[in-house]
Write a protein that binds this ligand. Structure first.
Ligand code: SF4
Length: 266
């Protein structure tokens, strides 16, 4: 019997690192299968960025989804919103569709963790999916990633002006400043996130962020922006020649206290 071919897969999240990895490998590994786990709750900028990647690299992207969708799983969890402690969203809507896509095939999964970061996170643990980390193997750091993206003509996703990560518009890994900016950039999506907090028949309210609802958070908008700008000014003083979006991204990353998600935010 003919031996089954090993598949090569690369998950695009709509973020810069996985995109740079596609730039690096698309000629080296022409049989690469690119996929995007689509929760149907992503930012419009993410879909636009994926279109840009396809056009620039001339690749196909498989859009993988759980057919039942977020609202189904939310109902199964009795309206309890996902959180860093209860990451059912990642498992049901990102990892499971990927595992279904691979099935029982042997696959090498290329992951864009850089040599200058020490990230771990949610990842498929199926024994037939072998993760490899080309940036780490080749010692590529953030400056290399930015250069790869600039040279390819793809650049950074547009949401980097106000948010540092890809993923669902309501992702609970957002910082308070990013929620304020979501309200400004996409008021309709912010409103949907508000509805997820409060739309329960028995009047219960769950919150996406610790200690306050999104509407309470928005009432503190001026305070949150002022605090953010004060810290950013300090950061810019320390590196006056760097582009603003890089300073913003690095600054937001420094504020992370939770493990981000290797499937959602790479
Ligand atoms: S982006 Fe955030 S909300 Fe969406 S699946 Fe990932 S962890 Fe969950």
């Amino acid at each position: 019997m003919a031996e089954r071919k090993v598949r090569h897969i690369l998950g695009l999240s709509g973020g810069k690192d996985s995109t740079a990895l596609a730039v690096l490998l698309h000629r080296e590994i022409p049989e690469m299968e690119y996929f995007f786990c689509d929760t149907h709750k992503e930012l419009p900028e993410t879909y636009e960025y994926l279109d840009r990647i396809k056009a620039r690299l001339g690749i196909e992207i498989h859009y993988l989804s759980d057919k039942r969708g977020f609202d189904h799983w939310l109902a199964i969890h009795d309206g309890l919103l996902p959180s860093p402690q209860m990451r059912w969203c990642t498992v049901k809507m990102k990892i499971k569709p990927l595992e279904d896509f691979v099935g029982d095939d042997q696959a090498v999964s290329y992951i864009g963790i850089r040599a200058d970061e020490n990230r771990e996170g949610y990842i498929s643990t199926k024994p037939n999916i072998k993760p490899v980390f080309p940036f780490k193997e080749r010692g590529l750091v953030k400056a290399d990633i930015i250069r790869l993206l600039e040279d390819s003509g793809i650049g950074l996703p547009d949401y980097y002006r106000w948010r540092s990560r890809s993923g669902c518009f309501f992702c609970f890994f957002q910082r308070k400043y990013e929620w304020v900016m979501l309200a400004q950039e996409h008021p309709d999506l912010f409103q949907k996130a508000v509805e997820y907090e409060s739309n329960h028949a028995d009047g219960r309210t769950y919150t996406w962020t610790d200690g306050e609802s999104l509407l309470q958070l928005l009432e503190r908008k001026d305070e949150i922006i002022a605090h953010h700008e004060k810290l950013m000014a300090k950061e810019r003083k320390a590196s006056p020649n760097r582009p603003l979006n890089e300073v913003l991204e690095e600054f937001l990353e420094q504020q992370d206290h939770e493990l981000p998600c290797l499937v959602c935010h790479l």
